[in-house]
Design a protein around this ligand. Structure first.
Ligand SMILES: [Zn+2]
Length: 264
């Protein structure tokens, strides 16, 4: 079983005591931790300059019967079933279960600030200025702000397929973004600049390898990549090949929409 001291020394080895991090984690991959997710979070708060995580809430999303073309989505002309199950966003809405347990533990922490984007909210401690940059129009702005503060992305037992920061760089490279909709109060809110699919993101690994710090703990690896270097490599990859980092699934609506935009 991993304990606080072991975690602390692994995090310290990354040398990011004064840097903000945006973190993604699979605690299942890490193995048993004494004190569970709370220990992991407290150790992170002790080890890094600031800690941010996505606390996205996909449970707020609704799909209209009609909408803009080439938007990486199937409009449901027949029924409106998701409206029945979707829940309006509120500031205390738990992060989607898909995000794992750690973002929800961070969101519930007393020192945490959580942004109010109805789908793509972020939570963080000591990161208020970066989090404040988020708008409905620029949902991933906090990631850019973290990069300006020499921020790093931290992958704990997970790979780049969950690395939200790659989405920020896709937009920098001019890649197509999407429109989605969410319930907030009694309104349906249009959410522009919604990112694409991330299942092809692992292809970036070889390009950032030289700049990646890596430590082993329990059954998992923790990797840290400087955001600015990550952005540079993603932009270079997409400029070189407009299809870079897309997934291989034939039925992937968002990757296919990117292909269509590039006439491929
Ligand atoms: Zn895809």
């Amino acid at each position: 079983m991993i304990d606080h001291a072991e975690l602390k020394s692994a995090f310290e080895e990354l040398g990011l005591a004064n840097n903000p991090v945006i973190a993604h984690a699979s605690l299942k991959k890490l193995g048993l931790v004494h004190g569970g997710a709370e220990t992991v979070l407290h150790t992170m708060l002790d080890s890094f300059g600031a800690v941010v995580m996505p606390t996205h809430t996909y449970q707020t999303m609704v799909t209209p019967k009609v909408g803009p073309p080439n938007n990486g989505i199937k409009y449901d002309k027949e029924t409106d079933t998701n409206k029945v199950t979707a829940e309006p966003f509120h500031p205390h809405m738990p992060a989607d279960k898909m995000m794992g347990i750690l973002p929800e533990v961070l969101r519930s922490h007393p020192s945490t600030m959580r942004t109010s984007h109805p789908i793509l909210s972020f939570a963080g401690v000591r990161a208020d200025a970066a989090l404040d940059t988020q708008t409905l129009y620029d949902p991933l702005a906090p990631i850019g702000a973290l990069a300006e503060q020499d921020g790093w992305v931290l992958l704990i037992g997970v790979d780049h397929t969950v690395n939200t920061s790659i989405h920020y760089a896709e937009k920098l490279a001019g890649r197509k973004q999407f429109i989605r909709w969410a319930l907030a109060g009694d309104r349906v809110v249009e959410c522009p600049n919604f990112p694409g699919d991330s299942s092809g993101f692992q292809a970036i690994e070889e390009h950032v390898k030289a700049d990646t710090r890596r430590v082993e703990i329990g059954k998992a690896y923790i990797q840290a990549v400087p955001l600015k270097r990550l952005f540079d490599e993603v932009v270079i990859s997409i400029k070189k090949n407009p299809l870079a980092l897309l997934c291989e699934r034939m039925d992937c609506e968002r990757c296919n929409a990117v292909r269509e935009t590039n006439n491929i």
